[in-house]
Design a protein around this ligand. Structure first.
Ligand code: ZN
Length: 133
């Protein structure tokens, strides 16, 4: 079962500049900044009530976020829904014919287990499913 929108992933060119906007202009507060070498990203988590904004800056020109920005410019890159049991959810989605980018859960930023669904199966939005203990 999907609990809520866990976070919205936003691709930015410059994390420090984007953080200035979220903190200085919107008045939000970064909870944590983390590098995920696997994904070639540096991530800032910004809690907004019950959900978070996840700002993503590429650490390499060939990373997925760099490629996303090259193609689409900066902006919303994915939406993450939180579930209680990610493995179960993936099996369920697969049985319903949803195309999975990640067949198995993998470790994402912030200690969450995550998996992405293919936008071709989700009406054009890159969807992340995540589980947090
Ligand atoms: Zn995410």
């Amino acid at each position: 079962m999907v609990r809520k929108i866990d976070h919205i992933g936003i691709a930015v060119r410059n994390l420090n500049e984007a953080v200035k906007f979220y903190e200085g202009v919107l008045g939000l507060k970064v909870a944590e900044i983390e590098e995920v070498p696997d994904q070639k990203v540096r991530v800032a988590f910004i809690p907004t009530g019950d959900s978070e904004v996840e700002l993503l800056e590429s650490t390499s020109p060939d990373g997925p976020i760099a490629r996303f920005i090259e193609k689409n410019g900066e902006g919303i890159q994915h939406i993450a829904f939180r579930v209680d049991n990610l493995e179960e959810k993936l099996a369920d989605l697969k049985s319903k014919g949803v195309r999975l980018i990640d067949e198995k859960p993998r470790r994402g930023a912030g200690g969450a287990m995550i998996a992405f669904l293919h936008p071709k199966s989700t009406f054009g939005t890159l969807v992340e499913i995540c589980e947090r203990k």
